[in-house]
Each structure stands twice: as C-alpha cells, then as structure tokens.
Design a protein around this ligand. Structure first.
Ligand code: ATP
Ligand code: MG
Ligand code: MG
Ligand code: MG
Length: 576
C-alpha cells in the first residue's frame, strides 16, 4: 500500500471525552471516528487492525473444528419470545418495529437464531458435535458506553455455539474452544488471564473469561500468585465465606472512627435509611492546597439503590461533617468530580481517587468507609495518597487482597482486567425453551447440550493498546499492526535515487508477502515519523541519500530507542 493512495489522518489532540489511552490513541491515529454515543466508524487504518484480529480468530476457530456462517443482525422477536429473553433482557436489548408494526431485535448475541437452525438441521446423533460461529455486528444499548471501542453499543463479536449429545461431549467442545482462545490470545502477544466466571445454574468450572491485564480494565480479577486459582470478582465473592474478610477487618481496626458508627452517623445526619437494598459508600476527602496541606475536608455519602440505576444516585455533601448538608445534583457531581455520576459506584472508584476540582487536587486522605448490600457490614480503610486503585476497590468488596485463596495455596491478589473473551457451557436451557432435539442411537429424541463462546473483536485492539503504548503512540504487536513495515523515504521528491530505492524495497517486501506501506506523501521526516509512531507500525525503514551513499538503510523497531544501520542489500532478510 502507498500512503498517498491510502487514508492517513492523524490528530494532535484527542477529544475531551477520550479518557483511556486506547480511546485517545485510536482517535488520534485516525482508526475510528465517532458517529454517535458508542457508535463508531472503523476508518481504513482501524479496519486493517480489525481484519487482522478477525483473520487470526477465524484461523483458530476453523482449526478447532468450528464452521462459519453469518446470522442476521435484525432478528424477528418471535425467537426471542420463545426463550423469554424478549421481555427479560431489559433495555440493553434494542427492539425495533417494521412497517407492519412487528417486533424485531438487533442481535446482542445469537443463541435463539442458532438454536433455531440446530432444531431444523440437526436430526441425528451422527451429525454431532457441531460448532457454528460467526464474526458479526452486535448491538447492545449499554448503560455506560465508553472508552471508544472498549465498550461500544455497536461492536463486532465472534460468537460460536456448540451442539453436543451430552454434557461430557459439551465439556469437550468447551475445552476445545478454551484451548483455541489461549492460542488466539497468545498469537496476539497479550498478557491475559483465564478466570473462572459464574456459570449460572450449571455450576462447576464451566465458564471462563479471558481477561487482558490492564489497570484501566473495568473488571476486578482475583488470583493466587502461588497457584492456578483465578476468578472474576463476582465468582470469587460467591465462593467467599460471608462476613467481613480478615484484611477488611484489619483495615477497620485502623480506622480512626469505627466504620459502622461513622457511616450510621452520616446516614442519620442525612436522614437516609440504611437498608439492605441500598449500596452506600461514604467518602471523606481532604482538599489540599498547592503545597499539599489540607485546607478543608468533605464527606460524601453515595447511595446506590436497587439495581444501580445511576440516575438514582444521591450524594449528600457534608462540609466538615456539620449539619448543613444538601443533596448534590447530578450536574454538581459531574462538576465536582469532573466525571459522570456513574463513576461513583463502589465498583469503580477511579475517578474519585484522582479528583481534580477547581484545580485543587482532592485526595482521599483520612478514611473511607463503605458497605455493600450483601450483609451491610462496614469496612474502613486508611486511604493514603499512594494506595493503588485495585486495592481500593477490593477493600470495598467481600474479597480483598491478602485473603487466603480457596485452594489453600497462598493468599489472594487482585488486579484489573478487560474481558476480551468468554466461554460458557449453556446446558439445555435454550434447546429446552426452543425444543431443539436430536435422535440418539435408540431413535429417542434428546435435548441438545449447548455451549457459547464470544470474543470481542473490536474490543481486542483497544485492550492491546492499553498494554502496548508509550507517550508517542501505539506499539502494535506484529500480529495486530495495520501495516507491519513502513518504508519512509527522505526527500523522495528531490532525490531520484531515494525514490528508486524506496520503490524497489517496497516491491521487494510486497513480493515477499510483507504487509508494507510506502510513505510517498512527501511529508517532512519529523511529521512522517510522528505519524507512524502514533499509528504504531512496529518496523520502520528509513531511506535517505546519505545512507544510500554508504549503501545503508536505517531500521528501527517501534520499541527501539535508536535506529540500526543495515546494509541496503540485506534489509529484506533483516526484517523477515
Ligand atoms: P462486559 O462484561 O464487558 O459487559 P459481557 O460479559 O456482557 O461483557 P459477553 O456477553 O460475554 O459480554 O460477550 C462476549 C464478548 O463480547 C465479551 O467478552 C467482550 O469481549 C465483547 N463485548 C461485550 N460487550 C461489548 C461492548 N459493549 N463493546 C465491545 N465488546 C463487547
Ligand atoms: Mg455486558
Ligand atoms: Mg462480563
Ligand atoms: Mg461475558
């Protein structure tokens, strides 16, 4: 590809709503363009990355014996009514009507449609096992779309569905997918962890999430450094014994004002009932002056009611804990915390920790006390300036770092992750709801045992960037890069030698099957290099008059601090 014909469109600044590195860098590198909330155009540069993700996923799915098909994005509601999900699914499911006033959904996933295919097509045990997959557009009307492609409303997912004769066979299909997922994420060069997730009614280790490790991840993951134990927070909490955990209890001892009475006192002050249906969190904050000395303090009581409808969050602002409180408006929360109120939940305290209000840095300096709805016990921690976010979140949970691991092989640690894949044994839920059966050897109808397996195709590049970037831009692993090599000629318009050498190298690399881009735009070296460093092309070859006179080209990997001189004759082998 030649840059003059391709579409290169970089930005100096990221839009203000881009909070995480991947969102900022994908916007700046011209990979995505926002059309609406959580809805993005995949621009040519970004689409090349997405196609690379798809290619590897497709290869490994095929290798694992799955077969590709494509199911409709717009699906008649009747299938969703059969399983009850048309009503049950809530506002995340986008429902639309056609001109005849008939209901449809825009697929957030495709269990219903694939089960309909199976009940029509799979008649005999001889046809089993089968695994159908698609790489297709999904729509979920997420409550909080954010971080660009990380949590979009429209996004691309690879979703596979296995059909088996019994649970043992379904487990084998599941294992084949879990193995394929490991190969996939290894090939992308990502640091990830497979964690046990809740498998609903089925129980056992029949659901795992693949979590890319990143501080900006929305999920808390719990693991034991000394063993294989790893689970997502929900699963870990479900397994944990009830009551305050030892580490939380220890933290409570350190709290100057015992958590319970403080929390209760504030609640009393606010006239707010503390009940088991309320999730609450009391934050005490010091406001520091420029020298870092406290110049005031505030206590915030955050209440999350019911199923965490963020619109129902009420915040009581209690300056110095005196009685002159009032509920802050959502706009004020936004003002004060510089963020949407949705960030204030116990699940994500990132924003409050890094508060910047009126240029004063507010640090949680005194204490924090919180409670969760399970048993409403209080935990309090001394929250210093340097306490990293994962521990902070953990301290508000039933499971905290330092607890004994369930396998007894050490203590738990907590880190954050981005869910890029999920494998799941479904059992016969869908086949029963939709009467999907096959005939066994005895000619007797049996319900199909199912599994489902998702990968966030468009979330994955964002996760990769969270792990691979620096102040200059993205650093793509080779497997994901929009181009593997960029050839940067200097003064191509002035120097016929440079032009000839650049085009010859370009042709040579193309012929060798290298995904190469020739930057023939005639940009100045500085601007040209800045573009490709931002875009994150891993290998760069610079061709200049001076170098050519010495018979040399300059090679630099995106992670290298300086270029290496390479004999012009040997560059193709050098890159390969
Ligand atoms: P999350 O917990 O992040 O909301 P999920 O558990 O709802 O994800 P699944 O139903 O397991 O998602 O879907 C399979 C995969 O699709 C996820 O592992 C994730 O990689 C991807 N995915 C889900 N929701 C989104 C989204 N809104 N934007 C981009 N990718 C998504
Ligand atoms: Mg979700
Ligand atoms: Mg999830
Ligand atoms: Mg999931």
């Amino acid at each position: 590809m030649k840059a003059s014909r391709f579409f290169v469109s970089t930005l100096k600044e990221a839009p203000a709503d881009a909070e995480v590195a991947s969102h900022r860098l994908m916007m700046r590198a011209g990979m995505i363009k926002k059309l609406g909330t959580g809805i993005y155009t995949y621009m040519p540069m970004g689409l090349r990355v997405i196609r690379k993700v798809e290619a590897i996923v497709r290869e490994e799915m095929n290798r694992a014996g799955a077969v590709e098909l494509t199911m409709p994005v717009v699906q008649p509601a009747e299938f969703w009514q059969e399983t009850g999900r048309f009503d049950k699914m809530g506002p995340e499911l986008l429902r639309i009507k056609d001109r005849h006033d008939r209901d449809f959904v825009v697929q957030p996933t495709s269990e219903e449609v694939v089960t309909d295919i199976a009940r029509q097509e799979i008649r005999s045990y001889k046809q089993l096992p089968k695994n159908f997959y698609q790489i297709q557009t999904k729509f979920r009307d997420e409550r909080r779309p954010r971080f660009g492609l990380m949590r979009g409303r429209e996004f691309i997912m690879k979703d596979a569905y296995s059909f088996d004769r019994d649970l043992d066979a379904a487990k084998a299909s599941y294992q084949a997918m879990a193995d394929a997922y490991r190969r996939i994420f290894d090939r992308f060069g990502l640091r990830y962890r497979a964690v046990a997730a809740d498998s609903g009614a089925i129980g056992g280790d029949l659901s795992e999430e693949f979590q890319v490790i990143a501080a900006t991840g929305e999920d808390a993951i719990v693991y034991c450094p000394g063993s294989d134990y790893a689970a997502n927070m929900e699963k870990a909490e479900a397994l944990a014994p009830a009551g305050p955990r030892p580490a939380a209890a220890k933290a409570l001892e350190k709290t100057p004002t015992p958590g319970k009475s403080t929390c209760a006192a504030v609640a009393e002050l606010l006239g707010v009932p503390l009940s088991t249906t309320v999730k609450s969190l009391v934050l005490a904050t010091d406001i520091l002056d420029e020298a870092g000395n406290p110049k005031g303090s505030q206590v915030w009581l955050l209440l999350l009611r019911g199923d965490h409808d963020m619109n129902e969050i009420k915040v009581g602002k209690v300056p110095g804990l005196d009685k002159g409180f009032r509920f802050a408006t959502l706009a004020e929360i936004d003002d004060h915390f510089g963020c949407k109120p949705g960030y204030l939940g116990p699940l994500n305290l990132k924003k409050p920790v890094r508060l910047v209000a009126d240029r004063e840095v507010m640090v949680m300096a005194d204490w924090i006390t919180g409670a969760n709805e399970v048993d409403f016990h209080m935990t309090g921690v001394n929250w210093g300036r340097d306490l990293p976010e994962p521990e902070l979140v953990a301290d508000l949970r039933n499971v905290v770092a330092g607890d004994a691991s369930p396998d007894g092989k050490g203590v738990l640690a907590i880190e954050r992750g981005i869910e890029v894949g999920h494998v799941f044994v479904l059992g016969t839920k869908y086949s029963k709801d939709m009467s999907a059966t096959y005939l066994d050897e005895a000619g007797k109808p049996q319900f199909l045992e199912m599994g489902c397996y998702g990968i966030g195709i468009t979330r994955l590049p964002a996760a990769a960037i969270e792990q691979n970037h620096d102040e200059r831009g993205i650093i793509w692993p080779d497997a994901l890069a929009p181009f593997t090599v960029v050839v940067c000629p200097i003064g191509m318009d002035r120097s016929p030698e440079v032009k000839v050498a650049a085009e010859a190298l370009y042709e040579q690399l193309l012929a060798a099957g290298v995904d190469v881009l020739l930057d023939d735009r005639g940009e100045r070296p500085g601007a040209m290099f800045a573009d490709w460093e931002l875009i994150g092309v891993p290998h760069r070859v610079v061709i200049s008059d001076r170098g050519l006179k010495e018979g040399q080209l300059e090679y630099q990997h995106r992670r290298d601090t300086a270029a290496t001189k390479v004999p012009a004759a040997g560059i193709a082998e050098f890159i390969a």
